[in-house]
Unconditional design. Structure first.
Length: 368
């Protein structure tokens, strides 16, 4: 067996390397600590544009393989997100395996912070599902390479409100594309997942006079919303894809756009915060086009959070972060145009724009 054959067989036998090869990852770091019970994976996808920045997700994954798949997909998404948003950042992400409601504590977070620190700035962490600014504060005890720390510590705080603002911008641009104007007044919007981002998105939608329906797997989350906005209606998680609506806003977890759901969806716009909404980017991106649904690419419109985090690295200024996030409106319209001009789906169009930037700026970096 020559060296190449040997390398290929090794990759196919080893699921991690095979996935890294397929998705183009630079590095994957497995973290294990018996004393604190920490089990985490850090995925560093691409650092051509800058350090790999991306949040840490704590989730009760059914298996190690599921956690790995998630971190691989999420970290790759961050590369595209930073690139399409014009940020000098690469893509990375981390997952901590465990129940954020029962298994999280200061020691676990700080131990994770030490692992982040060991990467010497190649990976910068932040918040994602299951994490809070307090967790970022714990992590910050062990490393400088964390953003999303509280404003009292010089950080930008929870990036979720800025993420929600960007999603709102993408939603309005999509409404303009679908209906000729960007007003959400009277539109029926279904928000799936009323957590950090979903709850702020609801705020924007209601202020504009939209009819909002929500769904979540936790009763207390739903109650917090219906207490605040008595006019909001509730759907059970399994009812979402059969409900009549104008806009579906996925703000929970990924892969909710698949063969089953797209064929049931009765909406004209999909615009939400969740990462990796398309189970199969090309197939399901095309299926949405066939169904006449305007899809605002997730990694483009949910970039407000990373824009806010980047602002933190530059010396935090909220107004600047918000102003940059507002550009998502124009970029989304531009993506609809690019997609239509080239006869491709919007996800592909946004990816092309991101890939072009990575390639162009990669060339600049070759010189001194
Ligand atoms: P979160 O954990 O605060 O909220 C997610 C909510 O979804 C929770 O309330 C959860 O109970 C609910 N949920 C989970 N499964 C569900 C289901 N099947 N049906 C209905 N609800 C369900 O997380 P978040 O910070 O609001 O992030 C939401 C999504 O947006 C995630 O995919 C995240 O990766 C993405 N995102 C978040 C940010 C940010 O700034 N927080 C930035 C970019 C992308």
């Amino acid at each position: 067996m020559n060296v190449i054959e040997k390398d290929q067989s090794t990759a196919s036998e080893n699921a991690v390397l095979a996935q890294m090869f397929e998705l183009g990852h630079e590095q994957v770091v497995f973290c294990n600590d018996k004393a604190t019970g920490l089990r985490a994976i850090i995925g560093i996808h691409n650092t051509v544009l800058g350090p790999a920045l991306g949040g840490t997700r704590m989730w009760n994954y059914a298996s190690e393989e599921e956690a790995l798949r998630d971190v691989m997909r999420l970290s790759r998404g961050m590369t595209y997100k930073a690139a399409v948003s014009g940020l000098n950042l690469g893509g990375g992400k981390a997952v901590i395996i465990g129940d954020a409601r029962t298994q999280k504590n200061e020691a676990l977070m700080r131990r994770f912070g030490k692992f982040v620190d060991s990467l010497a700035g190649k990976y910068i962490t932040a918040e994602d599902v299951g994490m809070t600014t307090l967790d970022m504060e714990y992590i910050h005890n062990e490393t400088e390479h964390v953003v999303g720390i509280p404003e009292t510590l010089g950080g930008g705080g929870d990036p979720s409100p800025v993420t929600a603002y960007g999603v709102y911008m993408g939603m309005k641009a999509s409404a303009k594309q679908a209906w000729g104007n960007d007003l959400l007044n009277g539109k029926k919007i279904v928000v799936q997942g009323v957590g950090n981002v979903g709850s702020h998105l609801i705020d924007y939608a209601i202020k504009e006079g939209a009819k909002v329906w929500v769904s979540d797997i936790f009763e207390d989350k739903i109650k917090a919303i219906t207490d605040k906005y008595p006019g909001v209606k509730v759907l059970q998680p399994h009812e979402i894809f059969d409900a009549e609506m104008d806009i579906y806003a996925p703000c929970a977890l990924g892969a909710t756009l698949n063969d089953d759901t797209i064929n049931r969806l009765k909406c004209q716009v999909v615009s939400g915060a969740a990462n990796n909404q398309l189970l199969d980017e090309e197939k399901h991106g095309n299926l949405l086009v066939e169904k006449g649904i305007f899809y605002a690419p997730d990694f483009l419109i949910n970039a407000g959070g990373v824009i806010n985090c980047f602002a933190e690295l530059e010396g935090y200024n909220r107004e600047r972060a918000i102003a940059k996030t507002e550009h998502i409106y124009d970029t989304t319209l531009n993506i609809y145009k690019l997609a239509a001009d080239q006869g491709i789906n919007t996800n592909r169009a946004a990816m092309q724009l991101a890939e072009k930037r990575i390639s162009d700026i990669g060339k600049v970096k070759l010189g001194y």
